[in-house]
Write a protein that binds this ligand. Structure first.
Ligand code: MF3
Ligand code: CO
Ligand code: CO
Length: 276
């Protein structure tokens, strides 16, 4: 049976396994952390070009996070030593920034999580570097649609399975593979909390969504099979068949009537290349 736990301002938080229900101060905190995440991702667009290295992008994320009064939640997280994850082409997630150069035609996901005044704003976008093949662009667009369809299904009375179903049914129309090995998660005062938000599912199944639940929706969609493997560095997850993989992530909060997107771009750049 699903357990819920109401969090009042100042309550200590820990991973209890229960789903936390936050109040107005939670929404306030997540709006600020989420806005900073979105501003960082907005600013990255012009830097994600052929010739740039992923460690240069990581440095920009670090500087902007600190300038915004936050710290990168990934820095020191389970031994991770960077300010973001950068996942290029067949890398599904958790790509480690380094001297690697971005090339013309790459699809590049950057995932940031500023921790601001105790709140985690977790968001990622997939950018197009230079001239990207139509097939790859299509994958990126459909992956964004999958995330947004998942968010549309996020409202009180619906269940987590409704979100997974919305995502899976859209992706599979295009014969894409939905990654099973990584999922969305509760977010808020903790970086990764209950519940697990799986990106596949059956309607009407899973925990019921209630106002005050905060979680991410972050589908990873592959042109090929859903299967992934983690490289010897212990982090980098790649598609087993080396097919391209795209991802988008928002942090959201369930309201009385639907969901509030905490990490929405103030500049309308949520799908980077779609904006003017
Ligand atoms: N930001 C990722 C997520 O969406 C988690 C990255 S953890 C790291 O949940 F250690 F790999 F950075
Ligand atoms: Co996340
Ligand atoms: Co993330």
């Amino acid at each position: 049976m699903t357990q819920y736990q109401t969090i009042v301002a100042g309550d200590p938080v820990s991973r209890t396994g229960a789903i936390k229900l936050y109040g107005p101060e939670g929404f306030e905190g997540m709006r600020r952390a989420g806005r900073l995440a979105a501003e960082i991702l907005d600013a990255l667009g012009p830097h994600i070009v052929p010739g740039a290295t992923t460690e240069e992008i990581d440095r920009i994320v670090y500087d902007m996070t600190i300038a915004g009064g936050a710290v990168p939640a990934t820095l020191g997280y389970r031994g991770y030593t960077h300010s973001c994850c950068i996942s290029v082409n067949h890398v599904v997630c958790h790509g480690i920034p380094g001297p690697k150069t971005i090339r013309d035609g790459d699809i590049v996901n950057v995932d940031v999580t500023p921790l601001l005044d105790g709140w985690h704003g977790d968001s990622n976008r997939t950018y197009l570097a230079g001239n990207v093949a139509l097939k790859a662009k299509k994958l990126v667009e459909v992956t964004y649609e999958c995330m947004m369809l998942g968010i549309e299904a996020a409202r009180p009375g619906n269940r987590l399975g409704d979100i997974g179903h919305a995502i899976q049914s859209h992706a599979e129309k295009f014969r894409y593979g939905v990654v099973r090995d990584f999922c969305g998660h509760g977010v808020g005062r903790l970086f990764h909390d209950a519940p697990e938000v799986v990106h596949v599912g059956r309607p009407g199944t899973g925990p019921e969504l209630k106002p005050g639940m905060f979680f991410t929706i972050e589908p990873m969609i592959n042109i090929g099979r859903p299967d992934v493997k983690v490289l010897d560095d212990g982090w980098t997850a790649v598609t087993r068949d080396r097919s391209l993989s795209a991802q988008f992530e928002h942090s959201i909060g369930i309201t009385e009537t639907g969901a509030e997107i905490f990490t929405k771009s103030p500049a309308g750049l949520d799908l980077p290349h779609a904006a003017s």
